[in-house]
Structures are given as structure tokens and as C-alpha cells.
Write a protein that binds this ligand. Structure first.
Ligand SMILES: *Cc1c(COP(=O)(O)O)cnc(C)c1O
Length: 470
């Protein structure tokens, strides 16, 4: 409905942005481009030129303040400890708009703590989209829980609410919507379904820190959020993870799971008189304070960096909007965005390019731009891994998914076939990850896309001669 309007609006504003630079958005104006570099023509940019563009992509943007903050931790020998991490958590919670935040050494640890917090345990099922990084769900097996996978939406690659609902069983305890590749999940239907069935919602915000869904920060919509703050992610502090929630009880359980130094101040002496302040998870989830100090500095500049990335990525997509067959993934709802556009993906439609595979298309693109700035595919469908239902990981003769299940229950069978997840990879293309709004440089990448699209017939011939698998 107003999806249509928004897309038109986007193309319009995008085209205006392009027009403002005096650049033409007309495809035919660029149809006289030369022979493809892959076929021996001159590339849009040489490798040497492309190397001069490295700053456009470098991430994170490390400033003097971050270096100094890191140095101070080292000089004060405070790499271990909790004082700086406490400060980071407070500031992160305030920025994120949640009452509580609890850090961890990585996102994987944060997610396991979150699963414990919402009560996931032996014999329970966690529903996870099949297209995501394994840490979105795999840690649940430590808790004795099983993972049931749901399918994703072919246009956005995020959890398909209908598939989520179809995979609910009496054992479903939690769902982990992943704002995958920066795209917010459609949280309204997901929350409605979860509430109807009494299912806890743990948002995996590893790809979308600071992103918005209908004006609400990601990670504040479900019962809680958990995320990676690893170097490559949008909010990058080195190695790190963060759990966020408004629910005091969930926060207390995360502390109880692996924050042994915070137990004494989070619980009354009565509450740990018998257990002492031992962590229930048997894990130590303390964040390295160099990372915490870097995170405090990152918070000061992250929003403005995301705003610049947003401009750069939208400018790029507006520049290629006239190329039929490549669709940007972007939230169509009001007051929604992709924050840092982590690992930005687009949907590639081979039919629009006479059957040329995404692999060949991207290969031709990369030949034009000197370095591999475009790529193909996305995370492989997790439900096809044998780890969940075939491997006897814990040595008790049963795979993780059936470890605590009655004999007649098979989460792998419940997952079944997931048609989109199993077929979508050849339709996914990776965008160049622009971190700066540098129009003349971005224009070169736009030019490369137009050049390859304009030479699609020659490329199809090339692909026929060179085995598609090569
Ligand atoms: C990176 C990532 C994680 C795990 O975070 P680490 O910091 O690498 O442990 C979890 N979920 C998703 C979707 C991720 O991409």
C-alpha cells in the first residue's frame, strides 16, 4: 500500500540527489560505454586508482580519541576490570533507549545469556530464521534447547512472520528475529504472533545497532536485544557484545548467568547467600576494557557516521535505480532505516539480465572497479547444517536438537523445507560498503554497474563460453 508510495518517494529523492550533482540518471546516456574489462576492455578504474579509494571503505573509522582511550586503559593497566565497562554500559543503555545494558566479550556470549534470561532450557524450542550467522541461535544448544528454523522473506531476507507462526509448537519458548544485513525485521506482526502464543522475543541486533523500525530503536521492541560489537560490525569496538532490555528481571538473569562481579550489587545478600556469587552459566562474560573505552568514544560519533553512510548508500542506489534487475533492500515503513548498512545486500534478478548469473555479473563488476567491492550471496541456510540434527556433539547418542526431546519429536522435521532460504543465494548481490559520502568516487561504482548492465549481451555470450561454474 504505502510501500509503493515510499519506493516512488525514494526513487524521486534519490534522482534529485543525483540530478543535484549534474549527473545523468538516464541509462541510455551511458549506453555508449566501452567494452567490458572482463572481455579485455578498459576498466572504469584501474587497480591503482581503486587502491586510492581504500579510505572510502575502511571500517571502523578510528579517531584520535579512540586511540587515546585505548592507550589510557593500557597505561592504567585496566584491561581487566569493570569500571570502564560499567560506564560504557550506562552510556550504551542511554543511547539505545533501554533501562539496562550488559556487556559481554562477544555477541555470541550475549545471545546465549539472553536465551538464558528468557528462560530457554532443556526441551524448549527456539525459532530462528535460516539465513543468518550461526551465533544467532547455535548457543541455545548449551542450554539444552533445540532450534527450529523458519524461512525468510525473498525481498528483504529477514524472518518471514508467516513462516515464524507456521513453525510454532507447544514447545516454542523464544524467537530470535535477526535484523539481518541492517534491514529491520517486520516487528509488528512478529510481536503480535509472539504475544499471542506467549513466546519471548530476543532481537539479534548484530547487523543493525542504532537502526529504527517505525521510530523505535532496534533491540527495544522485543523482550530484549543482544548483539555483536565486533570489529567488522556497524558498531565496532574490537571484540564485544551487548545485551539490552527494559525488563529488570531479564537483566538480573543475564548478570546471574555470567557477570560474577556484578552479582553482589544486583542481588541482595539473601539471594546469593547459598550459591555465593557464582555465575549460573559457569561462564565469565566480562568485556575487555580496551574495547569498552573504544566503545565510549564510538558512541560519540556513531550516529553521525551512520547518517553519512545512509546518504552514501542511498545516493549509490538512486544512481543505479534505473538498472532493472537490482533491487535495493530498504525498510519501506516511515521512520525506519538501516543505520550502518552493515554487509549491504541487494536482490539480483537473473531473469532481468537474460539469465546471466549473479556470479558472472559480479565478476564483471569487480573487473571494472579494480578491487573486489561487489560480492555474491549471503549466509548459507543454517538448517542445512548437520550440526543440529545429525552430529552427536555431546556424546550421549543424540544430536543437539533431540537431546532433551521426547522420542517422537524432531525439530529438524518441524523445520522441513524452507523454499526461500534454500533458493535465494543466487539472487543476492553484495553492494560496495561506502562509509563516506564522496559523490565523485561513488559515481565511478555507479558507472561500473551501468556499464555491465549495458553490455549484458556480450557478458551472456562470455558466460556461455566460460562454464558457469568457473
Ligand atoms: C557476528 C554475529 C553474531 C555473533 O557475534 P560475535 O561478536 O561474532 O560473537 C551474532 N549474530 C549475528 C547475526 C552476527 O552477525
Amino acid at each position: 500500500m504505502n510501500e509503493q508510495v515510499n519506493r516512488r518517494e525514494f526513487v524521486k529523492t534519490g534522482a534529485a540527489a543525483v540530478a543535484a550533482t549534474g549527473m545523468s540518471v538516464c541509462a541510455t546516456a551511458r549506453a555508449d560505454v566501452g567494452k567490458l574489462a572482463l572481455l579485455g576492455g578498459a576498466p572504469v578504474m584501474t587497480r591503482a586508482e581503486a587502491e586510492g579509494f581504500l579510505g572510502l571503505f575502511k571500517w571502523p573509522i578510528v579517531n584520535e580519541a579512540m586511540r587515546k582511550a585505548n592507550d589510557r586503559v593500557l597505561c592504567d593497566c585496566k584491561m581487566s576490570g569493570t569500571d570502564i565497562a560499567d560506564e560504557f554500559e550506562k552510556k550504551f543503555a542511554a543511547w539505545n533507549g533501554t533501562k539496562y545494558a550488559s556487556s559481554a566479550p562477544n555477541g555470541t556470549a550475549s545471545l546465549v545469556a539472553a536465551f538464558y534470561a528468557v528462560g530457554l532450557g532443556p526441551g524448549d524450542e527456539l525459532i530462528c530464521p535460516s539465513i543468518t550467522y550461526w551465533a544467532s541461535c547455535l548457543g541455545a544448544i548449551h542450554l539444552g534447547a533445540s532450534v527450529v528454523f523458519a524461512d525468510v522473506d525473498p525481498k528483504t531476507l529477514t524472518l518471514d512472520p508467516k513462516s515464524f507462526e507456521a513453525h510454532i509448537t507447544p514447545r516454542t519458548k523464544a524467537v530470535v528475529p535477526v535484523h539481518v544485513y541492517g534491514q529491520p525485521c517486520d516487528m509488528d506482526p512478529i510481536m503480535a504472533i509472539a504475544r499471542k502464543h506467549g513466546i519471548k522475543v530476543v532481537e539479534d541486533v548484530s547487523h543493525a545497532q542504532g537502526g529504527l523500525y517505525k521510530g523505535r530503536k532496534l533491540g527495544t521492541i522485543g523482550d530484549c536485544g543482544a548483539m555483536s560489537l565486533m570489529t567488522g560490525k556497524s558498531f565496532a569496538i574490537g571484540e564485544g557484545g551487548m545485551f539490552v532490555t527494559d525488563d529488570k528481571e531479564l537483566y538480573r538473569r543475564v548478570v546471574r548467568w555470567g557477570q560474577y562481579e556484578r552479582i553482589a550489587r544486583t542481588f541482595s545478600p539473601d539471594e546469593f547467600a547459598r550459591t555465593k556469587n557464582l555465575p549460573f552459566g559457569g561462564v565469565k562474560n566480562r568485556l575487555n576494557q580496551c574495547s569498552a573505552a573504544i566503545g565510549i568514544e564510538q558512541l560519540k560519533k556513531y550516529d553521525s557516521e551512520c547518517a553519512e553512510i545512509e546518504k552514501a548508500m542511498r545516493y549509490y542506489h538512486a544512481g543505479i535505480a534505473d538498472v532493472k534487475g537490482i533491487s535495493m533492500i530498504y525498510p519501506e515503513w516511515e521512520k525506519s532505516n538501516k543505520a550502518g548498512w552493515y554487509y549491504s545486500r541487494a536482490i539480483y534478478n537473473p531473469e532481468a539480465f537474460g539469465g546471466v548469473t549473479v556470479k558472472t555479473f559480479v565478476r564483471a563488476l569487480n573487473s571494472e572497479v579494480g578491487l573486489n567491492r561487489f560480492d555474491v550471496g549471503c549466509n548459507f541456510p543454517l538448517h542445512l547444517s548437520s550440526i543440529f540434527d545429525d552430529e552427536d556433539i555431546f556424546g550421549n547418542g543424540r544430536p543437539p536438537s533431540r537431546r532433551f526431546m521426547p522420542a517422537n519429536v524432531s525439530p529438524a522435521a518441524e523445520t522441513g523445507r524452507l523454499p526461500v532460504a534454500e533458493s535465494v543465494l543466487p539472487r543476492v548481490m553484495g553492494d560496495p560498503s561506502f562509509k563516506h559520502f564522496d559523490k565523485p568516487k561513488i559515481d565511478r561504482y555507479i558507472e561500473a554497474v551501468h556499464k555491465v548492465a549495458a553490455n549484458i549481451d556480450a557478458l551472456r555470450e562470455w558466460e556461455k563460453k566460460n562454464d558457469k561454474a568457473s
